[in-house]
Ligand binder design. Structure first.
Ligand code: 5GP
Ligand code: ZN
Length: 118
C-alpha cells in the first residue's frame, strides 16, 4: 500500500528523486537530504506504515528486513567496524517529520550523545 501524499512513498516510487544506497524486494535505502553525520542513510519499507510500531505489529519480519538492510548499508559504507547508530524517531519530542516508518543509519565519525537538548 502506498499513500499518495507521503514523501517517502513518492521516493520509493521514484516520483521524488533520491540517491540510492541499497535496495531489495521489501526495503529501499537512500541518503538523507540533510545529513547529521558523514554517513546518514534512511532505510524505508516499500510498503507504507506510519511508524515503526505499526510496521512491527503488522509485519515483524519487515522490521527485521529494515534492520538487516541497515547493517548492509553500514557494511557498504565501510562503517561496520568503526560503529554506527540506528534510530527510529516517533512523535514530536523526537523531532519526527516524515510519517512513513524509516530507520536512520548514522556513522562515519564520532557521534554525539543523544537525549535531552541542552
Ligand atoms: P524524521 O525526523 O522524521 O525521523 O526524519 C526525516 C528525515 O528525512 C530527516 O532526516 C530529513 O532530513 C529527511 N528528509 C526530508 N525530506 C527529504 C527528501 O526529500 N529527501 C531525502 N533524501 N531526505 C529527506
Ligand atoms: Zn509512505
Amino acid at each position: 500500500m502506498t499513500e499518495p501524499e507521503c514523501l517517502f512513498c513518492k521516493i520509493v516510487a521514484g516520483d521524488v528523486p533520491s540517491t540510492p544506497v541499497y535496495e531489495n524486494g521489501t526495503v529501499y535505502a537512500f541518503r538523507d537530504i540533510n545529513p547529521q553525520a558523514r554517513v546518514h542513510v534512511l532505510v524505508v519499507s516499500r510498503q507504507h506504515y506510519e511508524d515503526a510500531g505499526a510496521l512491527a505489529g503488522d509485519d515483524p519480519a519487515l522490521l527485521a528486513d529494515l534492520v538487516l538492510a541497515g547493517v548492509e548499508v553500514a557494511r557498504q559504507e565501510g562503517i561496520e567496524r568503526s560503529g554506527y547508530r540506528m534510530v527510529f524517531n516517533t512523535g514530536e519530542d523526537a523531532g519526527r517529520t516524515v510519517f512513513h516508518a524509516h530507520l536512520h543509519v548514522l556513522g562515519g565519525e564520532g557521534l554525539g550523545l543523544f537525549g535531552r537538548v541542552g
